[in-house]
Design a protein around this ligand. Structure first.
Ligand SMILES: NC(=O)c1ccc[n+]([C@@H]2O[C@H](COP(=O)([O-])OP(=O)(O)OC[C@H]3O[C@@H](n4cnc5c(N)ncnc54)[C@H](O)[C@@H]3O)[C@@H](O)[C@H]2O)c1
Ligand SMILES: O[C@H]1[C@H](O)[C@@H](O)[C@H](O)[C@@H](O)[C@H]1O
Length: 345
């Protein structure tokens, strides 16, 4: 019998999603050994290893992890600010890399990463835009491609978090929250964005500091004139609520939520609303990592969202931040041709 190849993974940043991916890579995805972890906070990664009953080399400095010969593949789940340096180091070390979204803080950093990746003449990196793997979005895209609802005319979306920490500011609402829809929508409807603007409705009383506009409304128009509205509200209080309606000439596609058991009790009928992304997109993360590992374990380039997707999202997000800071003015968008490396196969 042929020997099974085990892919050795190192994870940098053992916070909320790093812990979740650690569990996924050791318990759900086959033929992976998480050989190393790293967190800048001393003891944090080891504590999580202990909690999950795992052993791995625990590094404090990500340079040591990316250069460890016992690490074939780097997974970056550190905070947004650290993505650029960690991804650049991993690429320089010649490692296949998975980076959580956003790829970097802005378009300029994304271009640097692309330049580094291009040196290999093949894709080395995948960005964690996991909604491309969520079965419900995949089905929506297929139905749009098949012309089920005719030409799409509008998209109506909601991205609500129950709450976010006090330091979460407007820029994070765009580059960390709205970035999911910004990345997803042009893929869903096969169109490019022509412009973006960000409106500032009345602030929620749950905003503790002046650094965030919450809620905000992100409006995009595509080249063919499709209008997209994304309500971003990161302290909605009641739950994690993701909505996506695509309105077409013949009908509407509606994103389903994760089914919850309904309760009939005390003259009330109710169903729970999930409170975070872990449960809402669990299957998407699993499928995403299965696909990523399937490819890189064979020394093949990953085929999921690329550094170019990260760049397109960053250009759009940069313009959204400009609009927000400039009283909601419309910011025109234009995108260069994708380099051959990223051209759709
Ligand atoms: N795809 C998704 O749906 C999804 C969901 C959650 C988070 N994320 C992304 O994942 C990233 C992490 O989010 P989180 O909620 O887990 O944050 P977090 O703050 O809980 O975890 C980040 C961890 O990285 C560590 N860290 C920061 N800089 C580091 C460095 N230079 N070297 C080593 N460790 C470092 C921090 O100490 C922390 O433990 C963010 O970029 C976020 O956008 C994506
Ligand atoms: O607003 C949050 C999103 O709803 C999640 O899906 C994650 O991406 C997280 O990082 C964001 O802070």
């Amino acid at each position: 019998m042929a020997e099974t190849h085990v892919t050795k993974v190192g994870i940098v940043g053992i916070g909320f999603i790093g812990s979740d991916h650690l569990h996924r890579l050791t318990k759900t995805i086959a033929n992976v050994d998480v050989t190393a972890v790293c967190d800048i906070v001393p003891g944090k990664a080891q504590k999580e290893l202990d909690r999950q009953g795992l052993t791995a080399h625990d590094y404090l400095d990500y340079h040591d992890l990316v250069n460890d010969p016992d690490v074939d593949v780097v997974v970056c789940t550190a905070n947004n600010e650290a993505h650029y340096e960690i991804v650049m180091a991993a690429l320089k070390a010649g490692k296949f890399t998975f980076c959580e979204k956003p790829l970097a803080l802005d378009a300029k950093q994304c271009l640097d990463i692309i330049a580094e990746e291009k040196k290999y003449g093949k894709r080395m990196l995948q960005v964690g835009f996991m909604r491309h793997y969520a079965p419900e979005y995949v089905q929506m895209k297929q139905m749009i491609d098949e012309g089920k609802i005719g030409a799409p005319l509008m998209i109506d979306e909601r991205h609500y978090n129950q709450t976010q920490p006090e330091e979460y500011d407007s820029s994070r609402s765009i580059i960390e929250t709205a970035i999911h829809e910004i990345d997803l929508d042009h893929w869903l409807i096969n169109d490019d964005y022509a412009n973006i603007r960000v409106f500032s409705p009345k602030q929620t009383k749950y905003v503790q500091n002046a650094k965030i506009q919450d809620p905000m409304i992100v409006m995009m128009e595509t080249k063919t004139g499709i209008n997209i509205i994304i309500e971003v509200f990161v302290r909605c209080q009641y739950g994690y609520d993701i909505k996506c309606d695509v309105i077409g000439e013949e009908g509407v596609l509606e994103l389903p939520t994760v089914p919850q058991v309904a309760t009939r009790l005390n003259a009330e009928y109710s169903t729970a609303i999930l409170t975070d992304w872990k449960a809402r997109f669990e299957s998407a993360y699993d499928i995403e990592f299965r696909d990523f590992i399937d490819h890189v374990s064979q020394e093949e380039s990953p085929v999921g969202p690329s550094a170019w997707d990260g760049y397109i999202a960053a250009v759009t997000a940069d313009a959204a931040i400009t609009s927000l800071n400039d009283k909601g003015t419309t910011q025109d968008l234009s995108f260069p041709e994708a380099p051959a490396l990223y051209a759709e196969k």
